[in-house]
Design a protein around this ligand. Structure first.
Ligand code: SAM
Ligand code: F3S
Length: 445
């Protein structure tokens, strides 16, 4: 009987991607099979995130819950990876001595060796180094699950925004060579993938080596990806306003596979807050870039990330964020109250804003964005949208489900064999978290 692996993942899409890779690696090396049941696992793996508060406590809480499994059967191995592991490796050794393996986001490919070592040596094995791009050279062939896939194109971040731990936990920006990215996507496309989401903390800082010795920027990479047979939709997460280059704006004119939707984190609508965050641009530069994109793609919609209650954020600075949200008409947002992250410059900034005020601001901001999301969904009623069918709807087996270009879920009647195909759907109703529709054209049948 094959041994079982249980993975719990906290945090971002980068972490989800890493967890999938860990599962692939351990399936190949140790024949470990994924399970949803913690109690039957031979290896328990926690992939952590430290972007906001409580992450650390959450990790120790989870490890505490896993401890009895280890006490009952000392053959069970517990591994902790991701950003908390990278920052708090030594603390884990002290507070949870029963943990067998601690590894950072850049050493996941060394997991098989580390597990073996932990098993024989019966003591903690830790590797939280940043061995550049070696991680990607040691991954098994990608496996497609459905018509959508994530593909990492670069790792880390060199921007050092004053609030953010990523440069410390994931290291500086490192890009994968162009050919490696294209080989992975071609393999996925040959397994039926139609939509790729290119991942990185700052994909537009991409600078990938090419075989001829040149370097490709992100726009050039997009051209190559779009040329792969079968890839008809391209998304990417996340990009940075400062590096949103001319060539990338131009790509929206030249590459129809790029979706009419962009997630571009701005964090605040105030120039003074942006300066304190060390974002490296002003609001005018941001709105100017969005306006140019909108000129090329009139249907383009935008979403963003916001940090509310950055140290000393005044009422006026917050109101500027609200104005920006209205002005751009953001269709969606990820918004959180500022969380002081140990070791980052913003953690040492004095802060005189009451937490109750921060909570009120967050509520107001989220109410405004939600209203805009609903209004935009309403506006979609009566339009025909191109939908990539993902398969049977979860709630109703007579319906199928898919996503529009602006990433809304649409449920509509149709056979599940249309999974993996693009169809045209007339939107008939806007619900809170999804749309309903009627298929008007069957795509590629
Ligand atoms: N590369 C992206 C960018 O250009 O901003 C951000 C990546 S970051 C991992 C994801 C989001 O987490 C950020 O956009 C920010 O809104 C949020 N975030 C990061 N550090 C934070 C903190 N200390 N407190 C609250 N939110 C934070
Ligand atoms: Fe973090 Fe700023 Fe980089 S938010 S991931 S340091 S662009």
């Amino acid at each position: 009987m094959s041994k079982k692996l249980f993975i719990r993942t906290y945090g971002c899409q980068m972490n989800d991607y890493d967890s999938e890779k860990m599962a692939d690696i351990l399936a190949a090396s140790h024949n470990l099979e994924l399970t949803d049941i913690e109690a039957e696992a031979d290896v328990l793996l926690l992939n952590t995130c430290s972007i906001r508060e409580k992450a650390q406590e959450r990790v120790f809480h989870q490890l505490g819950r896993w401890r009895p499994f280890k006490e009952r059967n000392e053959e069970v191995l517990i591994a902790v990876g991701g950003c908390v592991a990278s920052q708090e490796g030594k603390v884990i050794r002290q507070r949870a001595p029963y943990v067998d393996v601690v590894f950072g986001p850049q050493t996941l490919h060394r997991l098989p060796k580390m597990l073996d070592e932990a098993k024989t040596k019966k003591k903690l094995v830790m590797d939280i180094s940043f061995p550049e791009i070696e991680k990607f050279d040691n991954l098994p062939e990608p496996r497609a699950e459905g018509p959508k896939a994530f593909v990492s194109v670069m790792e880390g971040c060199s921007k050092y925004c004053t609030f953010c731990v990523v440069p410390y936990t994931r290291g500086e920006e490192v890009s994968r060579p162009v050919d490696d990215v294209l080989a992975e996507i071609s393999s996925l496309a040959s397994q039926g993938v139609r939509e790729v989401n290119l991942l990185g903390q700052n994909v537009n800082a991409y600078a990938g080596d090419m075989v001829d010795g040149d370097t490709a920027d992100f726009a050039l990479l997009l051209h190559y990806v779009a040329a792969i047979e079968g890839i008809d939709r391209i998304r990417y997460t996340t990009s940075h306003p400062k590096e949103f280059s001319e060539s990338l704006i131009q790509a929206y004119e030249d590459i129809p596979e790029l979706v009419d939707h962009l997630h571009l984190p701005v964090q605040s609508g105030s120039n003074t807050v942006l300066a304190r965050m060390k974002r490296g641009h002003e609001i005018a530069e941001y709105t100017d870039k969005l306006a140019r994109l909108k000129k090329i793609r009139p249907n383009m919609s935008f979403s963003s990330d916001f940090i509310i209650g950055f140290p000393q954020e005044t009422d006026d600075e917050f109101e500027q964020t609200m104005q920006l949200i209205e002005q751009v008409g953001f269709d969606h947002s990820f918004s959180f109250i500022f969380s002081a992250r140990p070791g980052t410059p913003a953690a040492d900034m004095s802060d005189d804003v009451d937490i109750a005020v921060k909570k009120q601001r967050l509520e107001r901001l989220q109410a405004l964005v939600n209203k805009q999301t609903e209004d935009l969904s309403e506006l979609m009623v009566g339009t025909v949208q191109r939908v990539l069918v993902e398969g049977e709807s979860k709630k109703n087996s007579l319906q199928i489900t898919g996503r529009t270009e602006n990433n809304r879920v649409v449920n509509f009647a149709g056979p599940s064999r249309l999974g993996g195909q693009f169809v045209d759907v007339l939107i008939t109703e806007a619900l809170r978290n999804s749309l309903r529709g009627r298929m008007v054209k069957r795509g590629e049948e």
